[in-house]
Design a binder for this molecule. Structure first.
Ligand code: GFB
Length: 305
């Protein structure tokens, strides 16, 4: 019986990991740790938790996350909380003999003007995108600490770098990421017969999207098969513009109004497309197409309303 800890098991990525691991045939006991049970920013609480549960495997899915606007407004929290979560969970994993740890980083760790598609070697080859610099620095702490434990103490700690994720337990508020925000705005416009929907920025930035259930599956494959000091990109390998995403959502809900671009809002990185060669070599590919994922998101939004 292996004890698998999912730190942040009530969040979007953590809850997807729980769903995925519940379908495993292997004899595993899942242990969750949400912010209600343990404050991962408090070293004493994290240490007490590890001492009590002594997990064999750890997924660090807990994080302060949000869309571009929230990242700009709260850099202190994005940097501070993510740095502390990474430090505490990785240090305690080493102290309590965790056999393997998967730290969940982000595509925001790549430089703002990174060559596309982005290979894992390109991390730290240039300055971060200013709109999510705090988040990137916070997440960098965890990624680097995992790497240092591997080098200095031979710990089997790895980092995965997911692209833009969406799915169940997404944040539907103004602070959320673009997928949930556009589904909300376009569904509301359809319901209220509004002639236009306002998109932030120019609509030209390109993003790569992955359903969180696919991300969870890739994280489990990484736990089983990937033991390399280099982080592992997790993505679909395909991107589209924000405008194209909005058009796809509009087609799925049969919304025929216009899109207006509020150019006073930031675009963020012009493109974020992962090179997924390493992941593909592990024999992994996504299961949920973007069109299927968009329909699911529309369904989730309607069930909330
Ligand atoms: O997912 P998102 O907020 O963040 O997407 P990033 C932002 C892109 O979508 C920008 C445009 O080009 C926005 O201008 N956009 C258009 C909108 N309309 C909207 C809207 O209503 N809401 C939102 N949120 N965006 C994030 C980081 O960067 O990447 C996070 O800020 C995280 O920390 C994530 O790491 C993976 O993709 O730019």
């Amino acid at each position: 019986m292996k004890r698998v800890a999912i730190l942040g098991h009530t969040g979007m990525v953590g809850s997807a990991l729980v769903r995925r691991l519940q379908s495993e045939d292997a004899d595993v006991e899942l242990i969750g740790a949400s912010s209600k049970e343990v404050d991962l920013c408090n070293l004493e609480q994290v240490s007490t938790w590890f001492k009590k549960f002594k997990p064999h495997y750890v997924f660090v899915a807990a994080a302060r996350v949000g869309g571009i606007a929230d990242n700009i407004e709260y850099p202190v929290e994005y940097m501070g909380e993510n740095a502390l979560i990474g430090l505490h969970t990785i240090m305690c994993s080493a102290q309590y003999g965790v056999e393997k740890l998967v730290y969940i980083g982000s595509s925001c760790l790549y430089p703002a003007h990174c060559i596309q598609p982005m290979t894992e070697e390109m991390i730290l080859t240039g300055p971060f995108e200013p709109t999510n610099e705090g988040y990137a620095i916070g997440k960098l702490v965890g990624m680097k600490l995992a790497e240092y434990y591997r080098k200095e103490y031979n710990s089997n700690f790895i980092t995965v770098l997911p692209c833009n994720l969406y799915g169940p337990n997404d944040d539907w508020s103004e602070s959320g990421h673009v997928m949930a925000s556009l589904v909300r705005k376009i569904c509301d416009a359809k319901k209220n017969n509004l002639g236009e929907v306002v998109l932030w920025g120019t609509g030209n930035p390109r993003r790569e999207f992955l359903h969180v259930d696919d991300c969870a599956d890739a994280c489990v494959v990484a736990l089983k098969k990937y033991s390399d000091g280099m982080p592992l990109n997790v993505g679909s390998g395909e991107d589209l513009t924000i405008h194209e995403l909005a058009i796809s959502i509009a087609q799925a809900v049969k919304y025929e109004g216009k899109f207006i671009f509020n150019k006073s809002k930031p675009d963020g990185m012009q493109q974020k497309l992962m090179d997924v060669t390493r992941l593909t070599r592990l024999g992994w590919e996504p299961n949920i197409s973007l069109s299927k994922g968009i329909k699911e998101m529309i369904h989730y939004y309607h069930t909330l309303a």
